[in-house]
Design a binder for this molecule. Sequence first.
Ligand code: SAM
Ligand code: SF4
Length: 347
Amino acid sequence: MTVADILDKITADKIISEQDIAKLLCCTDDDEQQLFSLANQTRQSNVGNEIHFRGLIEFANFCSNDCYYCGLRRSNKKITRYRMTDQEIIETGQLASRLGYRTLVLQSGEYPDYSAKELADLVYRLKTINDFAITLSIGQRSLTDYQLLLSAGADRILMRHETSDSALFTRLRPGTNLTARLSLLTQLRELGYQIGLGNMVGLPGQSLMSIVQDILLIQTMNADMAGIGPFLPHPQTPLAACNAGSYTLSLHELAIVRLLVPRIHLPATTALATICPDGQLAALNCGANVLMPNLTPHKYRKLYTIYPNKAGITEDPLDSHQRLLYLVGRANRTIASDRGDSLQNRR
Ligand code: SAM
Ligand code: SF4
């Protein structure tokens, strides 16, 4: 089958074979343009022209995990650890409200020492500033913790599956396993959370067919959101000498996910902006409909280095906001004024 035949088949029934997905991942030239163009049309007709801004607050960089790919891993002794004060977090929420944000993403390392009660109090206080949707990106915690956070007003979980290859998952995330992460995500959805999955592209040891499985996993889990971006090597990790993931492959995965899960929310990730200056614009043109401006105060940003040279690292919150506002104009799109909740059909 040609790429054009595969794209016709996706448009008709949303089902294609693993081999066809692999072929789309590797397509080039005119075939690539057709893939991007169909993904862009699919985005337009299913989630519209609006871009949802989700304000990212990287509130702490302590982590008890030791993921091989991440600069926040507990074995990285060269990083200065921080936690924003409650007051700083609330002030960031107030700034977000003034700037018109309807979603806040609270992100940190996975660190059980922060009690669920402390986090729940923060969620509750942020919700009194504005009717924000609150996304938690804090890693795996007990269902009881997540139940408390839900009661305090949290709405969504962003917990990427990282890789669908379970052996690779455990190799790169010592002491953890994919089954537990996926099962937690399923339980969180049943509790009432909207859930975000996603993976890195180009992890050392990752095969093309495992990226095919990443795409199928996002589809079968009927994810509300998926964050997709290239792996970027961090110098203070065991993967320092590895190559970065492919920019092109990341865009292809994004476009294919848009075709297979038309109403999913897909961010143009910071990792794409880091690997290529116009990476987020390219993502917006091949399926993405979300941007996550970084609202973390300037003094903390360089300490939240999951990978080096992260786009926006020298900016303050207003700079980041303005830069992405400008990007929306360049993409000829508009900013959504609603919360941008899930558009997926629920059972
Ligand atoms: N600790 C939480 C967790 O792991 O789910 C949330 C914070 S973690 C820093 C957020 C995401 O950063 C991870 O899901 C991972 O995909 C991404 N990440 C970490 N190291 C990376 C790297 N070297 N290159 C690209 N993305 C990376
Ligand atoms: Fe910790 Fe998340 Fe980084 Fe893993 S990816 S080391 S859990 S912050």
